[in-house]
Write a protein that binds this ligand. Sequence first.
Ligand code: ADP
Ligand code: MG
Length: 314
Amino acid sequence: ATPTAIMVATGVGANHGVLIKGGDALERAQSIRYVIFDKTGTLTQGKASVTTAKVFSRMELGDFLTLVASAEASSEHPVAKAIVDHAYHYHFFDKQSTAKGTEKQTKEGKLSGWLLEVTDFCAIPGRGVHCLINQKRVLVGNRNLLMENKITIRNEAESFLVGLELNAKTGILVAYDGIFIGVIAVADPLKREASVVIEGLKKMGVHPIMVTGDNWRTAQAVAKEVGIEDVRAEVMPAGKAEVIRSLQKDGSVVGMVGDGINDSPALVAADVGMAIGAGTDIAIEAADYVLMRNSLEDVITAIDLSRKTFSRIR
Ligand code: ADP
Ligand code: MG
């Protein structure tokens, strides 16, 4: 392709809200064989919400929610935000319908007055958080987090967890003072266009793969819903780039679509990194393409544009 053709393609991309950082990236996209999709915030809307909270101890639901929200208040994870929001609504809207507060509170307003004092807060990537409340250790996160801390999950809770994971929900487990006390189920719906885009990619001869830090059962349920057969779950943040490098070993050109801080090493490792425009700045910086409309359809737009631009000279 001539420099003019590349300039024209870059302009066409920009009109679709597809920002292309350079002619090399534009050229590589035509040969993409695999596209790796991050799950949370990329295939899903990234708007997690709590669907159920179940206490498996003598603690009252309200106290349980306050405890968990207090532990999660300093976390930036979408799961944490969903939990804090849910607890806040439980206390100020659902129970007392006469509550004077308005929905549009500042973050500080939302967090003041009802949360417990937390010390020793620590976020563990791909696992969850832990902290001290009333001098007792609180753990909030996935099975691996509880297992690593030698917390026993009761059978009754285990079957509850499996049930919600089979329905594509993520179960967040809670332990207090060394004892498992409950589960919070979080759902994050798929983006509307996701399945159509996956089908489209397959028709173009591109193999889609989903990669996530979430557990296997939930990951597989989401993948099935969206039409992806190839899933890599329970991948630690650093592992996403590793998945890409192993696919590149036979010379395959690999694209990666992601939105999170966790995704940036993978976006760099990929031959073609595509960041969701609404994603974090770090992801946007790491990518070769930025999809400003936040629509997965533009993954297809990007590959199409490259194919059309470069086929003319073959
Ligand atoms: P993803 O690839 O889905 O964005 P992450 O690597 O961010 O996943 O997290 C993997 C899993 O670790 C989550 O599905 C959740 O179970 C758990 N987790 C991570 N951070 C938190 C948190 N702040 N609170 C509870 N659970 C968390
Ligand atoms: Mg994500």
